[in-house]
Design a protein around this ligand. Structure first.
Ligand code: ATP
Ligand code: SKM
Ligand code: MG
Length: 184
């Protein structure tokens, strides 16, 4: 049984390591919504890992696949969708997300993002000599886009995921009931 009832679709955006997949899965469990992850869906449709898609087809083709997945999933009802970190780069994705649900920007500092991503090799953009510099560049480029698309901004730097989910539910309930409290 869901612990919390929140209307409509919930879309999570943010950089690699912000916690979209982790938080999204838990949020879906607690709200009774169905969880999807656009990265997992791209991998399911192609049958290969994201790193392999980048290697063989390049980033632009990956973005096409990602956009197709987001367009399909966003039209479902009552889902939580964790989007890929770069989904906001395309205006069409930002439009689809805004149109079909409540968008939540999970925001964390570079130190946390780095710590949370350093052992996973399936993030091709971070397979570089200086992942910190790369994350900083991505943050500078994308933070305005995440903010543009988001209904809510939530700081995920606090390490306790359970507390984070409770804070997020509180912010969402306030937002959906029309209170300004946590608006970006
Ligand atoms: N609030 C948090 N505190 C501590 N660790 C976290 C937190 N959120 C996520 N993590 C950990 O950080 C790692 C990355 O999290 P996750 O995969 O959910 O990020 P993501 O936003 O989905 O990244 P990507 O865009 O690459 O898919 C995981 O190991 C997860 O357990
Ligand atoms: O930030 C990004 O551009 C990416 C994030 C991941 O979720 C994947 O979608 C892929 O590794 C690209
Ligand atoms: Mg993820």
């Amino acid at each position: 049984m869901p612990v919390m009832k929140l209307a409509g679709n919930l879309f999570l955006v943010g950089l690699m390591g912000a916690g979209k997949t982790t938080v999204g899965r838990a949020l879906a469990r607690r709200t009774g919504k169905t969880f999807y992850d656009s990265d997992h869906e791209v991998e399911a449709r192609t049958g290969v890992r994201i790193a392999t898609i980048f290697e063989i087809e390049g980033e632009a083709r990956f973005r096409d696949r990602e956009a197709a997945v987001i367009a399909d999933l966003a039209r479902l009802d009552d889902i939580v969708l964790a989007t890929g970190g770069g989904a906001v780069l395309r205006a069409e994705n930002r439009q689809v997300l805004r149109r079909h649900g409540t968008v939540i920007y999970l925001r964390a500092g570079i130190d946390d993002l780095l710590a949370r991503t350093q052992h996973d090799k399936n993030r091709p953009l971070l397979q570089t000599a200086d992942p910190r510099a790369k994350l900083e560049a991505l943050f500078n480029e994308r933070d305005p886009l995440y903010r543009e698309v988001a209904d809510l901004v939530v700081d995920t730097s606090q390490q306790n995921v359970n507390q984070l989910i409770l804070d997020l539910e509180h912010a969402l309930a306030a937002h959906l009931n029309g209170h300004a409290g946590y608006a970006p």
